[in-house]
Design a binder for this molecule. Structure first.
Ligand code: SF4
Length: 433
């Protein structure tokens, strides 16, 4: 039997799909390259934005048509599955099972019994459920995701995550460290610690915090780069900045979602920090690590966002100079506090603001990238061009995309690359060693 997993959304979902794939492989299933050649298709969904939910419904339409001509088992997993549960069956009766994030470990049993018993995602659990890490089928053999916590207690007013992933639960520290040690033995060079709010990590039983975890991970031989995502400014302490600076392995790179540059919007978003407080964190980070690369998330058109609020967001972009930006138009999500506010910004204004924001960021990125031309940087190579086998791709410590020429195959290796040219979204160069 062959399976195919289509993943929408963030790194947490990608890592969940790797767990599901590993569990299926351990039960004798084989991974297929396409939907058409599989017997089981699982769609791992994202509910954070309406747009990704819309893409799910279009994919389900395609799968429903395919099922008329082929014996196919179809499952829906992830956040939309957890949120919609039986509604998904009602609207798409061809679906065979619906799996929430807390049910993945049961995947093989659910598939084998779904002819007689359609499974619907259960409510989330409060306790961590460990999936043996040796059963994770990873997409990448150089850089690995390692989940350290799940869920969120913050209830930002726009965000659906606390309703799909439940409250925060933390993975025991010894399980995290054992997984990373095993990855190091397998030759992984980089690990990315994952969670909705990694900075609030608290080890069950011992209560050890995120800084303690970082220090423990730092001691593991062979892992050379450590990253973590997602951080919340409210929980981003001076101690975390200091731990980053003191480590030679924690990359000089941080994704710190700001969401808006206006304090009044941040208050309505229930983010728990002001513009000034966000900028103070950036100042501390840059004092300690002047070369740190920062990226962020921004939502435009949040209910009540005035032109002045929006201009404050633009000025924050220009002040911080992020190396990467993930920006979105606000769309109300069910159950959230913001969905009960009047969605007061016309669609055209949201679109205009998003275009303006992205074009300013594009210019800033281009200028920052141009200043790197001529420099030599360490790059972890993770891919090779299909068209030209001498062109490789990877990321530098700042998590910027680098495409480069090398005469030798360097996949999975650290190389030194001299930057020769750039665009706003990537750098191009050549291996010098
Ligand atoms: S911190 Fe806010 S935005 Fe992030 S997952 Fe939690 S509720 Fe959502």
């Amino acid at each position: 039997m062959k399976f195919f997993i289509h993943t929408f959304g963030c790194q947490m979902n990608e890592n969940d799909s790797e767990h599901i794939a590993g569990l299926l492989a351990a039960s004798g299933y084989q991974q297929a390259n396409t939907i058409e050649e599989s017997d089981v298709v699982i769609v791992n969904t994202c509910a954070v934005r309406q747009k990704s939910e819309d893409k799910l419904y279009s994919l389900l339409g395609r799968l429903g048509t395919l099922k008329k001509t082929k014996n196919l088992t179809i499952g829906v997993a992830g956040c939309v599955a957890q949120l919609q549960r039986s509604n998904l069956f009602d609207k798409n009766p061809f679906i065979d099972f619906i799996l929430g994030p807390d049910n993945y470990w049961q995947i093989s049993r659910i598939i084998s019994s779904c002819n007689t018993d359609k499974f619907i995602a259960t409510h989330w659990h409060n306790e961590w459920k460990e999936i043996p890490h040796i059963q994770t089928l990873r997409e990448n053999f150089t850089s690995a995701y390692v989940t350290i916590m799940e869920g969120c207690n913050n209830f930002c007013s726009f965000c659906i995550v606390p309703f799909t992933r439940g409250r925060e639960k933390y993975r025991p520290m010894n399980h995290i460290l054992n997984e990373i040690k095993s990855l190091a033995q397998q030759g992984y060079k980089e690990i990315q610690l994952l969670g909705q709010n990694v900075n609030s990590y608290k080890a069950p039983k011992t209560g050890k915090d995120f800084v303690s975890l970082l220090k423990e991970v730092d001691r593991i031989d062979s892992i050379q780069w450590i990253r973590f995502i997602t951080s919340h400014p409210k929980n981003f302490t001076k101690e975390i900045s200091a731990a980053m600076k003191d480590s030679e392995k924690v990359c000089r790179q941080l994704h710190l979602p700001v969401q808006s540059g206006s304090t009044s919007v941040l208050q309505r978003m229930k983010r728990g920090y002001s513009r000034v407080e966000y900028l103070q964190i950036i100042e501390i980070l840059r004092d300690l690590m002047p070369d740190i690369c920062l990226s962020t998330d921004i939502i435009v058109g949040f209910p009540g966002e005035t032109d002045k609020d929006f201009q404050e967001t633009i000025s924050l972009l220009q002040t911080v100079r992020f190396t990467n930006l993930f920006s979105f138009r606000y769309s109300p999500r069910p159950y959230t506090a913001a969905s009960r506010m009047k969605d007061s910004i016309p669609l055209e204004t949201k679109k205009k603001r998003l275009i303006e924001l992205q074009s300013i960021q594009k210019e800033l990125q281009l200028k920052m990238n141009q200043s790197l031309i001529g420099q030599t940087m360490k790059v972890l190579c993770t891919g090779q061009s299909k068209k030209d086998p001498k062109i490789f791709s990877g990321r530098n410590e700042g998590y910027q995309v680098i495409n480069f020429r090398s005469e030798k195959d360097v996949i999975g290796k650290f190389v030194k690359v001299r930057i020769l040219s750039c665009g706003p979204y990537s750098l191009q160069g050549v291996v010098i060693q």
